[in-house]
Structure formats: C-alpha cells, structure tokens
Design a protein. Structure first.
Length: 505
C-alpha cells in the first residue's frame, strides 16, 4: 500500500482513533486480515465472523508489527474504529461474511476497507486498471492478463478468486507508487455488485468473457446475469476499452452499453478483432493456434496451460494487453511462458507411471464443467487404450434448474467418450447426474465422499484395460479429472492420486 498515516486512514474511513499515541504514525507495509501475514509497518483488518472474530487476534497482529488495527470496536491497542451502521443491502451484499453479520460490524469494516482502497487508487494516477468478469474463466483469464502485463511493468493481481467486496479492495491495496497495472477480477451475485466494485477501482479496460448459468439460482435468468456483467463496460471512461467476446451474443450486445472503444475476440466468430485459427492440442490438451490481430501479421502462439477453452481466454488477454499499450510480440512471448497460476484450476500433473491427473476442482458451473470434460476427452484421445475417468461433484447456486443442469452433463461425458464416472455425493443433483450418465452408457458409481471416490479411482487405475498386454510398459496411461464446486473439496481426490506416484511434469 502507499504510505498513509493512521490519522489519514481514520479520515478516509470515517473512523476514530483509539489508544493511538501518535496520529502521524505511518502504515508502510501491506494491509492484512490474517494476523499471521502481518508484517512490521502493516495494517491489520479485524473482520468479525461466525467462527473466528479478527478482533481476538488484534493484539497478536500488533505484536507482529502492525501499526494499528482497523476494527469495529475498541480492542485496547492502537486502532482505527469504524462504528457499525447496519447490515448491507443490494450492491454491497456480495460476500458470505454478511450471513453472520448480526449488528453490521462486518459491514462497517468492509465499507472502511473499500473506502481505503478507493482512496489509494485515486492517489495513483499512473495506475492502469483492467477489470475482468464473466460466468466462467475469470480467474484463468485474469492470470493470463497479469502475466502479459508484468512484461510491461509492476502488476498487481488477486491471488486465486479474490473477487468480491472483500477480496477486491484487499487486492487494490497491494498497489504502490511503483505499480503500473492492477488486474481486478469482479464477481457478482446480483445486479449492482459489479458496479459497486468498479467504483472502488475504476477500470480503464473492461473484459467480459461470457454470460453462462453460474449463480443462475440467485439471478433468476441469463438476461439478469448479462445485465450484471455489463455493469463493467458501463463503468468504463470514454477513453477506455471494452473487450467483448464475439462468440457470446449476450456479451457482444454490451457494446451498446459503453462509451468506451469496443474490441472483440472470438474463436468461432471470424469477424472478431482478435481471433484464432488452426487450433491444435498436444497430448495433454495444451493448445497451439494462429493469432489474428488488427493490423498485424498472423502469429503462431503455443500455450502451456491446458484445455481448448484457454484459446478464448488467451485472445481476451491479448486484447486487454494491447488496450493497455503493449506490443503484440511482447504479449505473445509472455503468454507462451505462462503456467497455471491459481490452485486447483486445470492443474495437470503426470505421474511417473504415466497416469495424468487434471485438478480443476476449485469451482464448477455448466460451462466450466463442459470445458473440463472436453479437456479430459482430448487428453485421453491421444493415448491408445487409455481410460478417461471423471470424478465429479455437485455444482452450486443453479436454482431450480440444478437437477436438469447436472443431468445435461451426461451428454458431454458421452460426447467425449468418457469411460468411467465417479459421482461424489448423494444429493438429488448427484443422483440426476449419475442416472443420466448410466443412460448414456457411461460406467458410473456414486461415492459418498472424497475418500470413497479416491479408493474407487485407485482400484480402476490398478487394473489394466481388458485385452491390453503391454499396459505396464505404456508411457501414457489413464487420465483422471476432478471437478465440482469448491465446497465439495474434490481437490483432495486429485492431491491423493498425485501423491500415489511421483510427478514427472
């Protein structure tokens, strides 16, 4: 964070100083809400929660070197206290912490954090803010954009999916006087959420990837999702750039909602400004393609991330980096060196015995499920006699359409010739998936939990395919995909399977 005195922070957040001997004491290090991450000169944010109350760790944070604590009540040590003003509604209510916010204490701290982040961004006129949203692919694309922009100068991007009104300001507060670019991932659970986040760190470049069915249960319709995602391009200035997916009609229509310049990207729409042709996948589904960009010669691009869907993400990253002033050659060189940056997202490991594990278990919705199943299919197709094994759990927040959405995955499993399905969980949604898969001819078992699923997969991997005599000597063997909404923690299955044999790459 830029250097600010505790007095300045109190004025910005609307709080008051308590137990502060020197109001000019300056915060010179990062802002943290985990007391274990506090460094000398930092600021500790005390979030009240259902299970853990950050106020209980305030003394520990100060002992670790925090200059002060941003708190909702006095804690007997140097603090900037912001008083509760009620629980949030509408555009501010996009974080799970509010479910247990009885008196508005958490809301007060979040509002203060947001105000502080907004003030920091306003004090950094050189900062180029790139916002990314979409129903699927936000984190992967954010990581690709950040990799490209780092070749141009110091860049801040959120770790993992820090994309709501806690993670977003936390990320913006990592910016310093030296920061050239901020890449912001923006999520929404309702109309108004992205507009709220965009006010904290106003974007100059806005990337909209797709309008799918993630959070359909909360939005009610894809039209409402499109309305929410389009708030990003509405927030752009006239001298900004909207980067829109020409393959998605609902995204393409957002061009009418922004005063900014519009550029498009697409894999299927060959009228897009940034497009790909001649797409090829290697034996672990890493794509190579020919990039076509405005006014430039076609360029061959070879990615080190996994899945055909990454081509569209890479096109979005190229367009965003170009809109940020970078040259194409520098962007391509950076993207070709990019490897998976966020945990449990298309993290592909091949064990020494030839078994490949695809850990994409951080989150799931119908669009990302289809992309992951496709990656499983493409990877297995290059391996004679190898079996494809999908370990799938429940997709959350799909509303009344959830059983049908889970059943529809059976078509994707059949389309890509998946041999075995392990459904983890016995909810109605899981049962719908299992029954539909069996109807499609996919060998299916329902496991009660991750441990049972792991054992079932282990048993499959121990058996050579029927009629294959030289299986032990094969270099490339079976492929396993794990995917579900994060709460299912199916990454535990992937980690256990990887640990069964040393990885070779």
């Amino acid at each position: 964070m830029i250097e600010l005195s505790v007095k300045d922070i109190a004025q910005i957040t609307g709080g008051y100083l308590d137990c502060v001997a020197d109001p000019s004491a300056t915060v010179t290090a990062s802002v943290e809400f985990d007391s274990r991450e506090v460094r000398p000169g930092g600021l500790f944010v005390a979030f009240p929660g259902a299970r853990v109350d950050g106020h209980d760790f305030a003394a520990q944070a100060v002992a670790a070197g925090a200059v002060a604590v941003l708190a909702a009540r006095p804690v007997g040590i140097p603090a900037i206290v912001v008083e509760p003003t009620g629980r949030p509604t509408g555009a501010e209510a996009n974080a799970d912490i509010y479910a247990h916010d009885v008196d508005g204490s958490a809301a007060a701290v979040v509002r203060a954090l947001s105000a502080l982040a907004q003030a920091v961004v306003e004090r950094l006129p050189q900062l180029n803010v790139v916002g990314v949203t979409g129903s699927a692919g936000k984190t992967s694309t954010k990581d690709l954009i950040a990799t490209a922009l780092r070749a141009d100068g110091p860049t801040v991007a959120p770790p993992g999916s820090f994309n709501n009104e806690i993670g977003h300001p936390y990320t913006a507060l990592r910016c310093t006087q030296d920061t050239r670019h901020l890449v912001a991932e923006l999520s929404a659970r309702g109309v108004g959420h992205i507009a709220h986040l965009a006010r904290i760190a106003p974007p100059r470049v806005g990337v909209v990837l797709n309008v799918g069915s993630a959070h359909l249960g909360e939005f009610g319709s894809r039209a409402n999702i499109a309305q929410a995602k389009g708030e990003l391009v509405e927030a752009l200035p006239a001298n900004g750039t909207a980067v829109l997916n020409a393959d998605d009609a609902l995204v393409a229509a957002m061009a009418a909602r922004t005063p900014a310049q519009v550029v498009t990207f697409g894999v299927d729409n060959q009228e897009a400004d940034y497009r790909a042709t001649d797409i090829e996948l290697d034996d672990v589904a890493r794509p190579t393609f020919v990039l076509h960009a405005p006014g430039l010669a076609p360029t061959r691009v070879r990615l080190r991330v996994f899945g055909r869907h990454q081509v569209s993400n890479a096109l979005a990253a190229v367009a965003a980096a170009r809109a940020s002033g970078m040259e194409l050659a520098d962007i391509v060189a950076a993207l070709e060196g990019h490897t998976n940056a966020s945990a449990h997202r298309m993290d592909v490991r091949t064990r020494a015995d030839g078994v490949t594990i695809i850990d994409d278990a951080y989150n799931a919705n119908p669009d990302s499920m289809a992309a992951a199943i496709a990656a499983l299919g493409y990877t297995t197709a290059s391996r004679p006699d190898a079996r494809s094994i999908a370990v799938l759990g429940e997709m959350g927040e799909l509303g009344e359409d959830a059983p049908a959405a889970h059943a529809a995955l059976a078509h994707e499993l059949s389309k890509f010739d998946v041999d075995h399905l392990v459904v983890v969980g016995e909810s109605p949604n899981c049962v719908a998936l299992a029954n539909a898969a069996r109807t499609q001819g996919v060998a299916t078992i329902v496991a009660g939990d991750s441990a049972a699923a792991t054992e079932h997969v282990r048993e499959l991997l121990r058996q050579a395919p029927a009629g294959v005599a030289d299986w032990a000597s094969r270099e490339a063997k079976d492929v396993v995909l794990t995917k579900a909404s994060n709460v299912q923690q199916l990454w535990r299955v992937a980690e256990a399977l990887v640990a069964d044999g040393p990885a070779r790459g």
